[in-house]
Design a protein around this ligand. Structure first.
Ligand SMILES: [Mg+2]
Length: 378
């Protein structure tokens, strides 16, 4: 009996793990023939093994992985409206109501507390577009975030590297937690009242991984160059392989290529998000830890008068949503038009709803409150 590594995708966490299993189950006749129902991709095991030089990858597990990729990137649901999907959506919205509809309750819960705002970038402040280098935020969104940052400490928490996301956001007064929180910087000196006399670079927990990340980046570029539409992005402390523009029939092939590189680096973790594979150092650090670190940096470590709000659209944002639930402070808002498993309390449909709706309203309420406070003095 021969033991082989297999890829297992957890559809809840998006984490892809490699397990050592016996070949008896992996290469059973039923496992060699993937289901032919709509949505599954039939792919030759021999061809995969030969072309990609991967031992033990098997079609049943592969289908599970591709299904997980679809679940993380649910654009295909747009073309399949049905009564059951509408019922599922209605049920999900009852459990995660629109943050706009719940605004009064949110305002009441935050009364007398310091709101601290955490914002994911892709899919939250900017739309998901085909070219990740052109994921620009609108001028209106920028104005809204700028106004909001005058009222409360505001952080961008993203998988992108700080330089890239800053080139999109262009607001020096914000905190930035790039590379999934592994690169945290404060506002540029003098641009904000929240970081007086504090260093701009706050924390980089994965500094030792930089040479390895660069090495894996080069290998991934080489390995994926034959997959049309695949794009590898170096986010400094982590890597992204975008499959926004890859034909869905090629997703499984791309997944195996990525895995064939990453499996040689046991200290790196491969996970999947919304139309993207993420490769990160295997350290206990995520967007939730970054949120916690920023709250501490701002002096809210053991404070009951703080009300953090985190808005994000992807699996990596779930760590932050969970943290807020555990702390019993503030809440998470998931940006999604589709039902997803989430620890967020509320939902918003898309970036415009987040900008024109929620963020703008929060800003107005805060400004009105400030004016009322000033009026008391007369
Ligand atoms: Mg996002």
């Amino acid at each position: 009996m021969v033991s082989r590594n297999v890829v297992v995708s957890d559809t809840t966490t998006g984490i892809i793990t490699v397990s050592n299993v016996s070949n008896s189950s992996v290469f059973s006749p039923s496992a060699q023939k993937p289901p032919t129902a709509p949505g599954y991709i039939s792919i030759s095991k021999k061809k995969i093994l030969k072309n990609l030089e991967i031992n033990g990858a098997q079609s049943q597990r592969l289908n599970s992985w591709v299904d997980s990729m679809r679940a993380s990137s649910p654009t295909h649901l747009k073309s399949l409206p049905s009564l059951s999907s509408q019922e599922e959506l209605n049920s999900w919205i009852k459990r995660h109501p629109s943050a706009l509809d719940m605004f009064e309750r949110i305002t009441e819960a935050s009364r007398g507390k310091q709101i601290v705002m955490f914002l994911d970038y892709d899919g939250t402040l900017s739309p998901i577009v085909d070219d990740p280098d052109r994921a620009f935020m609108s001028s209106k969104m920028r104005r809204t975030v700028k106004k909001m940052a005058k009222s409360f400490p505001t952080s961008i928490v993203t998988g992108r590297c700080i330089d890239k996301v800053y080139s999109f956001v262009k607001l020096a007064e914000l905190y930035y937690a790039g590379s999934h929180g592994m690169d945290i910087k404060g506002p540029t000196k003098g641009s904000s009242g929240y970081n007086k006399d504090k260093p701009s670079v706050l924390y980089q927990p994965a500094g030792d991984f930089l040479p390895m990340i660069d090495e894996v980046f080069k290998q991934l570029v080489e390995k994926t160059k034959s997959t049309a539409g695949a794009k590898v992005e170096n986010n400094k402390f982590c890597l992204s392989v975008h499959f926004r523009c890859v034909d869905e029939k090629k997703w499984s092939e791309l997944a195996l290529k990525v895995r064939s590189v990453v499996q040689n680096y046991p200290t790196l973790k491969l996970s999947q998000g919304r139309k993207v594979f993420e490769i990160r150092p295997m350290i206990k650090w995520d967007k939730g830890k970054a949120l916690e670190f920023l709250l501490e940096s701002l002096g809210f470590e053991n404070c009951n008068d703080v009300f953090p709000i985190y808005i994000g659209d992807d699996k990596t944002d779930e760590d932050a949503f969970k943290l807020l639930r555990e702390r019993g402070q503030g809440f998470g808002i998931l940006v999604s038009k589709f039902p997803k498993d989430t620890s967020a309390s509320y939902s918003l449909q898309d970036p415009p709803e987040a900008s024109d709706g929620f963020l703008a309203t929060v800003g107005r309420v805060e400004i009105n409150a400030a004016i009322k406070e000033q009026m008391k003095g007369f």
